[in-house]
Design a protein around this ligand. Structure first.
Ligand code: GDP
Ligand code: MG
Length: 294
C-alpha cells in the first residue's frame, strides 16, 4: 500500500519557501527572488520515494488583501493550507517573537493539518544562537533551506504524516505545472531582476505559443505592463533592455528543457491589469469568486 499527501510550505514573504521547495525537488521549479511577493501562484513539486509520495505546495505570501492581485494570492495560499496533510510554517530565524501561523495569516481557526514550525536560515546564526533558539522552541525544526541542514528531518516528519493513498501524480513527475508556466515564470523573474525597482509588480508574463515540435523550440511570450511609460522602460534604449531580458530568459528556459530555444518576446500594455479581474483571470491568477478545486 502506498501513501501520498500534501506538504504545504507557507510563511511570510522572504522566509525561504521557494528555496526550500527547490532544495527538496532538486530542480529550479519555483522562483527564488529577494523581492517579496514574487511567487504568485502555488507551485507544485513532487517527491516519490519508498512508496511515499509527497506533493509540495508553495504558497504566495500571506498578505492583507489590498487590491485584486493580493486578494487572489491570499485566496490561493489559504486553499493550499486547506488541502494540506501537514504544513511547514517557515519563519526567518532572525524574527523576534514570531507569531503563530494562525495569527500571522489571520485565520479564523487553526488549520486542520498539523503545523511544523520551521526556523529557516540558521546558517546565519552562530552555534550559541542556534541552541538558544532550539531551547526556546523545543518542537520547532531548525533548517537552512539554502545549505540543506535539517531538511532531511523535515522531510522525515512530512513522510510520517502522509496518509495511505494511491499516488496523486505519476511516479516520475517532478512538477505538475506545465513547461509553459515555468517559461512564463522565468521571463517574469528575469524582468524583475533586470528592472530593479523601476517597474515594481506591474509585470505579468504570458506564453502565447510553445512549439516543442520545432528546433529550436519556438516560444512566443508577452510581458504585460500597466502603462506606456513602463513599456518604454522595459524595452530600453534602442531595445537593449528587452534583448537582454530575452537572452537571459532564453538561457534559463534552455537549461530547464535541455533544448535550444527561439524566444520571441513582446511587451504590451494592459492598463491596470492588477485591478482588473478579467485580466487577472486571463493571466492565470485564481479569482476568489469562481473557485474550482483541482
Ligand atoms: P519566499 O519569498 O519565502 O519564497 O523566499 P525565497 O525562497 O524567495 O528566499 C528569499 C531570500 O532568502 C532569497 O534571497 C534566498 O536566497 C534567501 N534564503 C532562503 N533560504 C535561506 C537560508 O536557508 N539561508 C540563507 N542565508 N538565505 C536564505
Ligand atoms: Mg517564493
Amino acid at each position: 500500500m502506498t501513501r501520498a499527501g500534501i506538504l504545504t510550505i507557507c510563511g511570510k514573504p522572504n522566509a525561504g519557501k521557494s528555496t526550500l521547495l527547490n532544495h527538496l525537488v532538486g530542480q529550479k521549479l519555483s522562483i527564488v527572488s529577494s523581492k517579496p511577493q514574487s511567487t504568485r501562484e502555488r507551485t507544485v513539486g513532487i517527491l516519490t520515494h519508498d512508496d511515499v509520495q509527497i506533493v509540495l505546495l508553495d504558497t504566495p505570501g500571506l498578505l492583507d488583501p489590498q487590491y485584486a492581485l493580493q486578494r487572489a494570492m491570499r485566496h490561493t495560499a489559504l486553499r493550499a493550507l486547506d488541502d494540506a496533510d501537514i504544513i511547514a510554517y517557515l519563519v526567518d530565524a532572525h524574527t523576534q517573537n514570531p507569531t503563530s501561523l494562525t495569527q500571522a495569516a489571520a485565520l479564523t481557526s487553526a488549520p486542520r493539518a498539523p503545523v511544523m514550525t520551521v526556523f529557516n536560515k540558521v546558517d546565519t546564526l552562530d552555534a550559541a544562537a542556534r541552541s538558544a533558539l532550539q531551547e526556546a522552541n523545543p518542537d520547532a525544526l531548525l533548517i537552512s533551506a539554502l545549505e540543506g541542514d535539517g531538511v532531511a528531518k523535515l522531510l522525515e516528519r512530512a513522510r510520517a504524516a502522509m496518509p495511505e493513498s494511491p499516488y496523486l501524480y505519476p511516479e516520475d513527475d517532478v512538477g505538475s505545472q506545465s513547461l509553459r508556466f515555468f517559461a512564463a515564470e522565468f521571463v517574469r523573474e528575469t524582468a524583475l531582476e533586470q528592472l530593479e525597482e523601476e517597474v515594481p509588480y506591474s509585470i505579468a508574463c504570458e506564453v502565447e505559443e510553445f512549439r516543442e515540435d520545432r528546433r529550436p523550440v519556438y516560444i512566443r511570450a508577452v510581458i504585460y505592463v500597466e502603462r506606456d511609460s513602463q513599456k518604454r522602460i522595459v524595452i530600453g534604449q534602442h531595445g537593449t533592455r528587452i534583448r537582454e531580458i530575452g537572452r537571459v530568459s532564453r538561457e534559463k528556459i534552455e537549461a530547464m528543457i535541455e533544448a535550444p530555444v527561439y524566444l520571441d518576446l513582446w511587451v504590451k500594455v494592459l492598463p491596470n491589469w492588477r485591478r482588473d479581474s478579467n485580466a487577472l483571470r486571463r493571466l492565470g491568477f485564481t479569482n476568489s469568486d469562481e473557485e474550482s478545486r483541482p
